[in-house]
Ligand binder design. Structure first.
Ligand code: ACO
Length: 389
């Protein structure tokens, strides 16, 4: 009876919250919080401090293992990541068969799924090894597919033995042996900001999957599928799709007037948790601005100005604030990243958060299986097949 009363209360609470489990606490976690008054922090460290003082590898270690690494631990961690970049020949064969016109998120989902076939999670190849393997391999696999599909070029995944994930990615994408430090820094900061975010949709999906005792790769494959949608990770790409058609403040105004009039969702604005602004937005915005002023090849002053104008009007007129995806779009564009790869880069980063949540779920597992508030018909009399109209 007590249980039934509690679940009735939960159903009421869900209904009141407007659905989508908004505001429902679905479990404990010690990985990050977006808690009121605390800002976003990973393992107790403020995201602003981490973005300013840390590197993505430093933060990935923190998220995965619970504390900041010593220099020796960080060095060893980077060595493991560099080794994990190597692409098995079977995976290369698969990547070469994936057509150019698929969505790259489907390719990323396949990378995770296929690696689970050829390097399954076992007692020896445990969850920590698989997590580092995926952290290392996603960028090179994405770049391998991208260049092969677009121009038949087979890239070599290793760039330099000490190259960070951001540096390796930039070199691979630009097919260059050098990388502009401003671009590398901007990508590195974006990876820090995208790394972890509490019980967001894709992370929660990963936890649900592994709560059935499914393997690690299944959890990550589920998460990639969930991240793909434009209400979640797919928003950074969706932002660029409209920004690239806007070439002046007048065109920005026309786009906004039409969107406001037709009550269209403006991608890159609003958030389930942050109703008064996403703390990550101001950080990435700085990089969008910096690139627009300092990056000679890809920097675009007008793109930044248009973005800022859109932000001002949406905030003033709709009271919706930019989320991380809004300025990530102009940042990535000005780093010379193809638009279709924006969300796959989110995967390269969020693998850390997903992995930490899988470890945490497994450490104290309980099958995640909520109940629904049934609203369908009741007590119908069965109609034999011959009598159905
Ligand atoms: N543009 C226009 N209207 C919006 C927007 C937006 N970006 N976001 C919310 N609204 C509207 C809703 O349609 C709703 O209108 P209604 O009351 O008339 O139905 C109202 O504002 C209230 O919405 P919320 O309850 O605040 O939104 P919710 O928490 O359900 O959704 C979400 C959050 C999905 C992120 C939403 O703001 C949205 O769709 N934004 C655009 C997509 C996007 O940028 N996603 C990225 C999320 S961040 C990330 O994944 C890193």
């Amino acid at each position: 009876l007590k249980k039934r009363k509690k679940s009735k209360q939960m159903a009421e609470k869900t209904k009141k919250s407007g659905g989508g489990l908004a505001g429902i606490v679905a479990g404990d976690s010690a990985i990050s919080t977006v808690g009121i008054g605390m800002g976003l922090n990973y393992r107790g460290y403020d995201i602003v401090d981490l973005a300013k003082n840390s590197t993505f590898e430093d933060v990935a270690y923190l998220i995965l293992f619970g504390k900041l690494p010593t220099s020796k631990q960080l060095e060893e961690f980077l060595d493991q990541i560099v080794k994990a970049r190597s692409l098995p020949s079977q995976l290369k064969d698969i990547l070469e068969r994936i057509p150019v016109d698929v969505h790259p998120m489907d390719m990323m989902r396949t990378v995770s799924s296929f690696l689970g076939l050829i390097e399954p999670e076992t007692k020896e190849n445990d969850q920590y090894k698989v997590a580092i393997r995926l952290l290392g391999i996603f960028g090179p696999a994405m770049a391998y597919w991208y260049h092969f599909a677009h121009s038949g070029v087979r890239i070599t995944e290793q760039t330099g033995p000490k190259d960070t994930i951001a540096c390796n990615l930039v070199k691979l994408l630009h097919l260059s042996q050098t990388a502009d430090p401003i671009i590398v820094k901007a990508v590195d900061v974006s990876l820090i900001l995208y790394a972890e975010h509490d019980f967001n949709a894709s992370t929660f999906a990963a936890r649900v999957t592994v709560s059935t005792l499914a393997d690690f790769y299944s959890g990550i494959t589920t998460a990639i599928g969930t991240l793909r949608g434009p209400l979640h990770g797919g928003a950074n790409e969706a932002v660029m799709q409209y920004l690239q058609n806007i070439h002046s403040i007048e065109e920005a105004n026309a786009f906004l007037n039409e969107s406001f009039k037709s009550k269209k969702l403006i991608m890159g604005f609003g958030h389930r948790v942050y109703k008064n602004g996403d703390p990550r937005s101001d950080i990435i915005k700085e990089y969008s601005k910096l690139l627009s002023e300092k990056q000679p090849k890809y920097g675009k002053k007008l793109l930044y100005q248009v973005s800022e104008h859109i932000e001002t009007r949406v905030v003033n007129e709709k009271k919706k604030f930019p989320n991380l995806d809004f300025y990530s779009a102009s940042t990535y564009h000005q780093c010379g990243v193809p638009t279709e790869l924006f969300t796959p880069i989110f995967v390269m980063s969020r693998i850390t958060g997903w992995a930490a949540h899988i470890f945490e779920q497994r450490a104290n597992n309980k099958l995640i299986r909520p109940t629904s508030n049934y609203t369908g018909p009741q007590k119908l009399s069965f109609v034999p097949l011959s009598q159905r109209l």
